[in-house]
Design a binder for this molecule. Structure first.
Ligand code: C5P
Length: 236
């Protein structure tokens, strides 16, 4: 059972993976009331996306800033304080203890919530070994999820396949946000570990991040409406 504190319609987060503000604004206009929550990542943030984040928040939308911060604690803290002034709801950081601790402390007093990325989903055991880690992916994900919880991090980003096992580790105190969502019949693109919206929610995800299945649809609003209906149906 999912926590009831999230409105069903807020569970769909559309990734604005677009190259310009004009393209993002056109997409937001098209999606209208069908979407309440937007994610701004590297591509758009470095092309003027932060003022757009502020404008979206001012207009009553929720915003997820996906910049995956990681630096010395003081620098992370000052960055988080600046991002908190935008009115965003979520910000990602890498799940290193110093980084998580600094981010959680710096978001105090704001509405910003911190999501930790445990291990990037493009990493496998060999990649971790090459980077100098003695953990395999599953063990590092588990260790970092536990550290995130102890440090008061608000949620985790994970593949939908990890959602059920993470839920067992962190309980319902933390939000689970999952990309890699593909409605039945849509192209997987470069995503390898995918789930349909209803299966991801059933696996324990609180929020679903969806990019290309909506952005590249011939009718993005209709594509978003279908996903919203699927989410609402699972939550009954
Ligand atoms: O287009 P698609 O639905 O695959 O977009 C998924 C979004 O989630 C992208 O913005 C991508 O960067 C992000 N993401 C991901 N896998 C992760 C973390 C973030 O696909 N592990």
């Amino acid at each position: 059972m999912q926590p009831a504190d999230i409105a069903p319609k807020d569970r769909l987060i559309v990734a604005l993976d677009l190259s310009s503000i004009a393209a993002a604004e056109a997409m937001i206009d098209k999606l209208g009331d069908s979407v309440n929550f937007y994610k701004i990542g590297y591509q758009l943030a470095y092309a003027g996306g932060l003022p757009l984040a502020r404008a979206l928040a001012t207009a009553g939308k929720k915003v997820f800033i996906d910049l995956k911060l990681h630096d010395i604690g003081n620098t992370v803290a000052r960055g988080v304080e600046s991002i908190a002034t935008l009115g965003a709801t979520f910000l990602t950081v890498h799940a290193y203890p110093q980084t998580m601790k600094a981010a959680v402390e710096a978001r105090a007093g704001s509405n910003l919530r911190i999501l930790a990325v445990t291990v990037l989903t493009s990493y496998d055991d060999n990649d971790l070994h090459a980077a100098g880690y003695r953990f395999n992916v599953a063990d590092l994900v588990e260790a970092r999820a536990q550290q995130a919880q102890v440090l008061g991090v608000d949620g985790l980003v994970s593949s939908p396949e990890e959602a059920a096992s993470l839920r067992k580790i962190v309980g319902h105190q933390m939000k689970l946000v999952t990309p890699g969502i593909r409605p039945a019949g849509s192209a997987s693109g470069d995503q390898k570990r995918i789930m349909t919206p209803s299966r991801a929610i059933a696996a324990g995800a609180d929020y679903l991040v969806v990019g290309r299945p909506i952005l590249e649809a011939s009718d993005p609003k209709a594509a978003a409406d279908i996903i919203q209906a699927e989410i609402a149906q699972v939550l009954g």
